[in-house]
Design a binder for this molecule. Structure first.
Ligand SMILES: [Zn+2]
Ligand SMILES: [Zn+2]
Length: 300
């Protein structure tokens, strides 16, 4: 279970990986966005403005807004023509160098994603269910580290924030990919799009390079509320979970496979692997308000 973060040295740092500012279609300046997240208690932030000609291909420079307690990772949301249904690709690239070469008009989404990965970025397929991406679309981004399984702004845009279904499809196809929850905050008053989804990354220091390495290694979990304190996998026996008070703790896998415990305010679970034959597992913790935390997929 080498991608599970709990036995790694270091601390968990909370961050939002997907945010827009006035450098593209967001409503607040990069400085105001950083101040908002810092004051909300986040440890780090990636501003990921739309990397498009009409915005001047921004890799928004947030370095001036770092403090000893708050850091930033540079990034962008990359776009190319076109998904199976003819829509623009939306690809989250966190850890993008400032001199990243703008996409060529004929550069495909998969080629652009691969170029961002080669440049050192953590790349996630953004909001597949919101934009009705097909399974073939997601599988085509073969270099992606992750799929965005929760996207905050889509909660109030078309109520299709949850892409867990797509994650399970591609995992069942054999693709090894991680998950992430994000805000995709624009600070538009039409949307309640902040503090909706985040990641908790285990790293030895609050340092952009350390956070980025941990993201690429899958050493984090995603949340819309609950905290996961520990997951231990004992192959062939059980998965042990310790978390903040929850009402249900699930281990899920291929197709409909599931084992769970439930009860008011439960903070741990011993989930038996006896009848669980999925090659991979995901822990989901759900609190009484329906908020969830998800482990990254792990493989037995
Ligand atoms: Zn997008
Ligand atoms: Zn976005």
């Amino acid at each position: 279970m080498k991608n599970l973060p709990f036995d790694r040295p270091g601390h968990f740092y909370r961050g939002n990986l997907h945010t827009h500012s006035t450098r593209s279609d967001g409503e607040r300046s990069p400085e105001a966005v950083c101040t908002y997240y810092r004051e909300a208690g986040y440890d780090f932030l990636a501003i990921t403005d739309h990397y498009m000609q009409r915005f001047g291909f921004p890799v928004t420079d947030t370095r001036p807004y770092r403090t000893p307690e708050f850091t930033t990772i540079l990034g962008a949301e990359l776009h190319a023509e076109a998904t199976e249904f003819g829509e623009l690709w939306h690809l989250l690239a966190v850890g993008l160098p400032q001199d990243f070469t703008p996409p060529q008009p004929d550069e495909s989404g998969p080629a652009l994603a691969a170029r961002a990965v080669a440049a050192g970025a953590y790349v996630a397929v953004a909001h597949p269910v919101w934009h009705a991406m097909t399974e073939a679309d997601v599988l085509a981004i073969s270099s992606a580290h992750a799929i965005e399984i929760f996207n905050g702004v889509s909660v109030d845009h078309n109520d299709r924030a949850d892409s867990m279904y797509m994650l399970d499809l591609v995992l069942t196809r054999g693709r090894r990919v991680f998950a992430c929850a994000t805000d995709d905050a624009h600070f538009d008053p039409k949307f309640n799009d902040t503090q909706r989804g985040w990641v908790n990354v285990k790293a030895e220091a609050l340092d952009p390079d350390a956070l980025l390495a941990a993201l690429r290694a899958g050493a984090y979990y995603s949340s819309t509320g609950p905290a996961i304190h520990d997951i231990q996998v004992i192959p062939g026996e059980e998965v042990y979970v310790r978390c903040s008070p929850a009402e249900r703790i699930f281990l899920t896998g291929r197709t409909w496979q599931s084992t769970f415990v439930h009860g008011p305010g439960i903070t741990e679970a011993h989930l038996s692997l006896k009848n669980f034959t999925s090659p991979y597992g995901i822990i989901t913790v759900r609190d009484p308000y329906g908020r969830r935390a998800w482990s990254n997929p792990f493989w037995f």
